[in-house]
Design a protein around this ligand. Structure first.
Ligand code: NDP
Length: 492
């Protein structure tokens, strides 16, 4: 059931849909299918909650207290939430535990930012005191994907709530269950009814209704680039602010001075975590031509040893893809890569042995002989497929790294950190790791350039994006009677 105005609410027309386990195909739960009616109810509830100030105008220390309580409850519930998230996404439990263990920090970090935020006094000339406050925006619409359901929601929700906004979330049709649990937990923690609402359903209906609702102050989407274009146009027509965290295809640049064994381990981690279904998947491995064969051999040795299997088992390292559609997309891209002349070094086929046959499993795949212009090197595949490309010198490495429509993340592998830092200046993207990949923190601004989106999440900048300034000017003298004189007076 949806969570609207603090109550579990069925769809007005009683519709529902199935959430299934991608590793086994088993039904996990039926969930209410919402549309424009439920979105309108949720936005109304959020608007009422915002207007009456039950959250937006209470003392900041009270919001701080409630969000810290939520962080603690979340921490206590991590074992069961990790299990459910792993069951619905197909990501190995080990990965989900590692990812979810970071979530409480986000609520604590943003609560602390709100609690310690200071307003500014501006140097307004004349007998005036002028100060600038940061106030919440209003009702925020948040649309989230299935690959990191709670993490991505948390990156948006924690700053939105800390700043005093109210929220309507439309989670992915594949993974709505943990979002619903979090909404119920938030109520228990003391977040007032109507402040955090969830409408479950499909992107084409519930998502579209949320993106086109004129009552939003801001729409925040994490999803594919095409969805981003649609949603940004729709919300933009209503002059609703838009934040879009979209697709990516991160270059992993291995410099000639790097330890190749460590670089190979890093490249495999960058490429195959979450079965390659991450926006910053290391999908373009750039290596000096003289070291390509050596790196490929080391990567292949690691890729073929990854253990595919039941995501809930401790030994599993690679889970299934999220859906048949995503599996087919991966198969199609591997076929395209072969036609384009790239060579499969390992993988390149569906994994069907034993229990794997029941789920959407695909073998981790490494392509060599890839040119940057090939579709497998340009398009976001969102599966366990990575491409090795070669460069002759640093300038060519930079050119290839930037030769892509996306600009979310990149990593550089080197034994010379200063060289890595200099190279990072030349990469057109939002985040660069040196000798690592996939690392995040609530304090680290996150977002892309080019087709990877617009706006930033996290950090002080991300918090500010959930606020707006309000300037207040106080006249410290007697007000001027403007029409009582013919003298030329100053307006400032
Ligand atoms: P989608 O773009 O398919 O969906 C994202 C969300 O948007 C889902 O809730 C979806 O609903 C909804 N949606 C789909 N169509 C519309 C529409 N027309 N109007 C409004 N909402 C809509 O992405 P995926 O869920 O497949 O996630 C994978 C994508 O997300 C990848 O491209 C990945 O790179 C990107 N991503 C970006 C991140 C970043 O930080 N930049 C992080 C993680 C992922 P439904 O589920 O029902 O389709």
């Amino acid at each position: 059931m949806h969570v609207i105005d603090g109550r579990e609410t069925p769809s007005a027309d009683g519709r529902s849909f199935e959430v299934r386990n991608p590793a086994t195909g088993a039904l996990v739960e039926r969930v209410a299918e919402g549309g424009a009616t439920e979105i309108a109810r949720a936005v109304d509830a959020a608007q009422r909650a915002f207007d009456d100030g039950r959250w937006s105008r209470i003392a900041v220390r009270e919001r701080y207290r409630v969000l810290n309580r939520l962080a603690q409850m979340l921490e206590d519930a991590l074992p069961s939430l990790s299990l459910l998230e792993s069951t619905c996404t197909g990501r190995p439990l080990r990965e989900m535990r590692a990812q979810l263990s970071r979530l409480p920090e986000f609520y604590r970090y943003f609560a602390a930012l709100a609690r310690t935020a200071e307003d500014t006094i501006t140097p307004f000339e004349g007998p005036y005191l002028s100060y600038v406050r940061r106030v919440p925006l209003g009702v925020i619409g948040q649309i989230t994907p299935w690959n990191h359901p709670l993490l991505i929601l948390t990156k948006k929700l924690a700053p939105a709530l800390a700043a005093g906004n109210t929220v309507v979330v439309k989670p992915s049709e594949h993974t709505p269950l943990t979002t619903l649990q979090l909404a119920k937990m938030a109520l228990e923690a003391g977040v007032p009814p109507g402040v955090f609402n969830v409408v479950t359903g499909f992107g084409g209906e519930a998502g579209r209704a949320l993106a086109s609702h004129p009552g939003l102050a801001k729409l925040d989407l994490t999803g594919g680039t095409e969805t981003g274009r649609i949603v940004a146009q729709t919300a933009g027509a209503n002059l609703v602010r838009v934040n879009c965290e979209l697709g990516g295809k991160a270059p992993v640049i291995v410099l000639p001075d790097a330890d190749l064994e460590k670089a190979a381990a890093g490249a495999i981690f960058a490429a195959f975590i979450a079965t390659g279904q991450t926006c910053i998947a290391g999908a373009r491995i750039l290596v000096h031509e003289s070291q390509a064969q050596d790196l490929i051999e080391r990567m292949v040795a690691r890729a073929v040893s990854l253990r595919l299997g039941d995501p809930l088992l401790a030994q599993t390292q690679l889970g299934p893809l999220i859906s048949e559609r995503q599996l087919q997309r991966t198969e199609e891209y591997v076929a395209i890569g072969k036609r384009e002349g790239a060579e499969v070094q390992c993988g390149g086929r569906r994994a069907t042995k034993g229990v794997l046959g029941k789920g959407f499993f695909y073998e981790p795949t490494v392509f060599a002989d890839v040119r940057s212009s090939m579709r497998i090197a340009q398009d976001e595949i969102f599966g366990p497929v990575t491409c090795v490309l070669t460069y002759k010198d640093l300038d060519e490495a930079v050119r290839i790294a930037n030769d892509i429509p996306f600009g979310l993340g990149a990593s550089i592998w080197t034994s010379d950190a200063a060289k890595g830092m200099r190279l990072s200046e030349r990469l057109n993207c939002g985040v660069v790791w040196i000798n690592d990949h996939h690392r995040i923190d609530p304090s680290l601004p996150w977002g892309g350039t080019k087709d990877s989106g617009m706006g930033r999440e996290c950090g002080i900048e991300g918090y500010r994006e959930y606020t707006q300034t309000k300037s207040i000017v106080v006249n410290l003298e007697e007000p001027v009677d403007w029409y009582a004189t013919t003298e030329t007076l100053r307006l400032s």
